[in-house]
Design a protein around this ligand. Structure first.
Ligand SMILES: Nc1nc2c(ncn2[C@@H]2O[C@H](COP(=O)(O)OP(=O)(O)OP(=O)(O)O)[C@@H](O)[C@H]2O)c(=O)[nH]1
Ligand SMILES: [Mg+2]
Ligand SMILES: [Zn+2]
Length: 299
């Protein structure tokens, strides 16, 4: 019989730490692998969520990731691959930065992801979820009030997450890891846990894909700044706002970007509350920023 090379296998990256990647196969086997040099050379850094081809050595040592299979979606911040639904976690504290939320939502839509909002720490404040629902439901973004502390609202959120690779994202301290523990009934490190062991604030450092309760979810590190996109034509910004679609073609000017041009149907909808006025105002700021970046894109 002819000599056979160790068979190629496939799996999903759960987590990358340094140059080591934890990969799980469909059969549930887990391996710690390194990425072949050519992948690093091509700047194709493997990411959590990536589907990869790998091989195992005949003896000892770790195996090697040989190839990253084509990605369905790519998120640069947090850096994760193949996410189908972004679950934005907002909470009464830290105070939600809705401009940051809108930037993330816009990029998720541009990647073809679905978006949902989880309003965490419902035990602290009961008004935030209603305010966010009013702002985001015209965009078709469902809002789920939850409290990991009280175990409330978890099942409707689980229901919305089933069958899709989901990613929890949001500001540091919003309660992502705590929420994920409640959803999956696991124990990831959270802010509180670390305070107990007196190592200072020990929050999530890198993305990790977890599975359980019929869910596949990534926990990610919180952040508070999102660097600007340099290569976005400003007139494409409006395509990332699902709530504008019903008014497309109804503005006076065919090239209207809904920045308060005369006879703009979107501006009118925002003025009379058919869509969220606050979100439209933030859209206009993001549009101004996109114009500025576009002008300076070769600089
Ligand atoms: N009152 C209340 N506090 C919560 C709840 N969920 C989380 N917290 C607290 O919020 C703090 C931050 O929680 P984490 O889950 O670590 O937040 P995170 O979003 O994962 O933060 P990063 O990993 O830094 O991005 C901790 O002190 C939690 O105990 C909740 O449902 N109610
Ligand atoms: Mg965390
Ligand atoms: Zn318009």
């Amino acid at each position: 019989m002819a000599e056979t090379k160790a068979a190629d296998r496939e799996g999903t990256i759960l987590q990358g730490i340094g140059s080591f990647y934890t990969v799980r196969t469909a059969g549930g086997e887990t391996f710690v692998l390194r990425a072949q040099k050519k992948l690093r050379r091509e700047r194709l850094s493997p990411l959590p969520g990536d589907e990869v081809r790998f091989h195992l050595p005949e003896t000892g040592e770790h195996g090697w990731i040989e190839a990253i299979l084509p990605r369905k979606t790519l998120c640069l911040r947090p850096p994760v691959a193949n996410v189908e639904k972004l679950i934005l976690v907002l909470a009464p504290e830290p105070e939600p930065d809705l401009m940051l939320a809108d930037r993330q939502i816009a990029r998720a839509f541009a990647q073809g992801m679905q978006v949902a909002i989880a309003v965490a720490k419902g035990d602290l404040d009961h008004g935030l979820a209603a305010k966010l629902a009013a702002e985001y439901s015209p965009a078709g973004i469902p809002v789920f009030p939850v409290s990991a502390l009280e175990g409330r609202g978890l099942e409707p959120l689980r229901e919305a997450m089933r069958g899709q690779l989901c990613c929890l994202s949001g500001q540091s301290g919003a309660g992502k890891s705590t929420l994920l523990n409640a959803l999956l009934e696991t124990r990831q490190e959270t802010g509180e846990l670390s305070r107990k062991i007196a190592r200072g604030r020990n929050t999530t450092r890198s993305a990790v894909l977890l599975e359980g309760a019929g869910l596949r979810v990534m926990d990610t590190a919180g952040f508070s700044l999102l660097e600007a996109e340099k290569d976005l034509p400003p007139e494409e910004m409006k395509e990332r706002y699902p709530e504008f679609r019903a008014y497309e073609g109804k503005c006076r000017f065919r090239q209207c970007v809904h920045d308060r041009e005369p006879g703009c149907a979107v501006a009118e909808a925002a003025e009379n509350g058919e869509i969220s006025r606050a979100r439209w105002e933030r859209y206009r700021m993001l549009l101004a920023e996109a114009r500025e970046n576009w002008k300076n894109r070769y600089g």
